[in-house]
Design a protein around this ligand. Structure first.
Ligand SMILES: Cc1ncc(COP(=O)(O)O)c(C=O)c1O
Length: 451
């Protein structure tokens, strides 16, 4: 553990039970956590329960939550209607091993929101929801390579864990960036099958994809790139990508694991008016329960139908788990109510615009990239519109703001400077005001340190 920074003092003094729990956990859980992303210095706090926009930790602290389970909790924690739907399904049975009747009801609602999902298969995580369609695309095209944006994150399988983070000494010019595995244990042979393109730099993207088209099965993209923070597509980037991939016969996969049901009910494909060939969803799709899915064009998804040619295998014991489907269905029904997304965006704008104003008033340069209820704050005096722009932002200032706020009871998102944070449908004006007041003090401290 690194030496304690002053911004961590209040957090440490208020989380003694969490610390004791973490010290025990470290003995049995690698890094003391269930997922690497959950760890942060000096140690992560431990949740006891959650309700609405709040998490209550082991020490009894009430924390305003802008991490929201890393995205899924768009309705806040334990929304009463979602809880009721899940309970009702538990009473009927939790695991059938044959198709649950509500799966088709879910797909009906899903297809209304995302008409591009002509055929759908369920899965259990965002990782599966990107892994399977990549395989389907390889089968459909008979080609092996895929292209992904540098810095983007599509889950934990070997094709996806490429170029998520590229060490400085391995960084090349954007048109010739080799794929670099994220972490060890990934065969080099897989890296050779992944082509890197720079999200939001259309000229280079077009050149890279055109040059590799003969070998490319698919281009996968987070239509708002959250890998590296939050980057919103500019200058019709997605429309241009759609046109190019169609012309070149390359399958276009939108990874809407984060953007689905967040930037609009129909995800980024609705928001930006672009129809991908295949789509991956998870997170909000299950309303806090493990549900994911992928789907798209019938002609491509038909690769999964077993026939004499031996098509794509897709299985999974828990696929379309009835409790998750019930909770997800109720979540989508609530989100489908007219006016919901206007409210969601209003709450998001009040936080992100507020942070812009407060940091400016304190004379701390920030670039806040946000779209409705998701965004990230970069401490920099420059524009940050693509992954490489975020290299030289002030991560120490981010840590200062994040830890000071957490010590005061506000969790500003996934606990790393290259991530993002979210608002939900249930954050109140008071939650936003309190979070801005706390940030204001943090910005004042940062300004004084820099003076
Ligand atoms: C865009 C995107 N795709 C895929 C994933 C992987 O999802 P999961 O953690 O459910 O495997 C994530 C997770 O954060 C994500 O943000």
């Amino acid at each position: 553990m690194a030496a304690m920074a002053s911004c961590e003092k209040e957090y440490v003094s208020r989380t003694r039970r969490s610390k004791a729990h973490f010290m025990k956990a470290k003995k049995v859980l690698p890094a003391g956590v269930e997922s690497n992303v959950r760890f942060f210095e000096p140690y992560p706090f431990v949740a006891k329960r959650a309700k609405g926009p709040y998490i209550y930790d082991l020490d009894g602290n009430k924390i305003i939550d802008f991490a929201l389970g890393y995205g899924p909790m768009m309705l806040g924690h334990n929304h009463p209607r979602v809880v009721k739907a899940a309970h009702a399904q538990v009473d009927k049975g939790t695991m059938f091993g044959v198709s649950p009747d509500i799966a088709l009801k879910y797909i009906e609602v899903l297809q209304k929101a995302m008409p591009s999902m002509e055929m759908v298969r369920f899965a259990n995580s965002g990782t599966e929801a990107t892994m399977h369609p990549l395989r389907v695309a390889r089968s459909y095209t008979g080609k092996d390579k895929i292209a992904k944006a540098e810095g983007s994150y599509h889950g934990g399988h070997d094709y996806a864990l490429q170029g998520v983070d590229i060490p400085e000494d391995m960084l090349k010019d954007k048109a010739n960036q080799p794929s670099v595995p994220f972490g060890t244990g990934i065969p080099k042979a897989i890296s050779d099958l992944v082509v890197m393109y720079p999200f939001n730099d259309w000229g280079v993207t077009e050149e890279v994809i055109t040059r590799n088209a003969d070998d490319l099965a698919a281009v996968i993209i987070e239509p708002v790139q959250a890998g590296g923070g939050c980057f919103i597509p500019r200058d019709n980037y997605l429309k241009k990508l759609r046109k190019l991939t169609k012309e070149l016969g390359v399958v276009l996969i939108f990874d809407e694991v984060l953007t689905g049901f967040r930037v609009a009910l129909g995800g980024a494909q609705e928001k930006f008016g672009v129809k991908p060939d295949l789509t991956s969803i998870a997170k909000i799709a299950g309303g806090g329960y493990q549900l994911a899915a992928f789907g798209g064009k019938k002609s491509i998804m038909s690769e999964i139908i077993p026939d004499d040619e031996g098509n794509v295998y897709h299985g999974g014991t828990y696929n379309g788990h009835p409790v998750s489907v019930a909770a997800g269905l109720e979540t989508l029904k609530i989100l489908s109510r007219p006016g919901t997304y206007a409210k969601i965006d209003r709450i998001g704008d009040s936080l992100f615009d507020g942070l812009r104003d407060v940091s400016e008033d304190r004379g701390v340069d920030t670039w806040i990239e946000s779209i409705g209820s998701m965004g990230q704050m970069y401490f920099t005096d420059k524009e940050v519109v693509m992954w490489r722009d975020a290299f030289d932002v002030d991560r120490d200032a981010w840590h200062e703001w994040f830890m000071y706020s957490l010590g005061k009871g506000v969790l500003f998102g996934v606990p790393h400077a290259d991530e993002h944070f979210f608002t939900s449908l249930v954050h109140s004006k008071d939650d936003i005001r309190e979070s801005l007041e706390i940030s204001d003090v943090a910005f004042g401290k940062i300004a004084r340190q820099r003076a």
